[in-house]
Ligand binder design. Structure first.
Ligand code: SF4
Length: 178
């Protein structure tokens, strides 16, 4: 049984449960406070994250940082994780088997971080957390005592700038949650 973040990190770092470990440079585990009010869940590490071992450290990370500032969430009141801890080759979406292989780590992280609010960044995060797609973009639903909201993934906002005002609306609509 995993009792600490250090023990969880050790297990993730030595994991070879799916093929993604073969091409990964670093396992990418989490960033942020260990007792967060808000937990963001992204899809998977990208090139910069794989190189550094830090989630959301590239262009998408800058958008997430700006979003957190805009949401006025204080440092240590937020954390971010991904559905899988190793980068899928060519930044493809994680496959079902890979999500399943990493599920125990994903669930353990959510359990240990125990946030009040979970923000699912995109469809893969929603499928990993809920098992399928249930939420509309920007919708909030109470699930197991937590407020769960679905936002666009920051990377999607890089490529489709027209979604940025919509994301801003989602933030404003749900701002009393955090
Ligand atoms: S993605 Fe998850 S399950 Fe697959 S090797 Fe990496 S840590 Fe293990």
């Amino acid at each position: 049984m995993i009792e600490s973040f250090e023990a969880l990190e050790e297990q993730i770092n030595s994991c070879t449960a799916c093929q993604l470990h073969e091409s990964a440079t670093h396992k990418v585990i989490m960033k942020g406070g260990k007792n967060p009010k808000v937990l963001f869940i992204g899809e998977a590490p990208g090139k910069n994250e794989d190189a550094s071992g830090i989630p959301f450290c590239g262009r998408a990370g800058k958008i997430l940082d700006d979003m957190i500032e805009d949401m006025d969430i204080q440092q240590n009141d937020w954390a971010v994780i991904n559905t899988v801890k190793c980068r899928p080759p060519d930044n493809r979406r994680p496959r079902k088997g890979e999500l399943a292989a990493c599920r125990a780590f994903f669930e353990k992280q959510i359990d240990m971080l125990d946030p009040d609010v979970i923000i699912l960044l995109g469809n893969t995060a929603e499928e990993a957390f809920l098992g399928n797609r249930q939420l509309q973009w920007g919708e909030c639903r109470e699930i197991d005592g937590k407020n769960v909201v679905k936002f666009y993934h920051p990377a999607a906002l890089i490529y489709t700038k027209s979604r940025q005002p919509e994301q801003q609306e989602f933030i404003e609509k749900n701002s009393t949650l955090w």
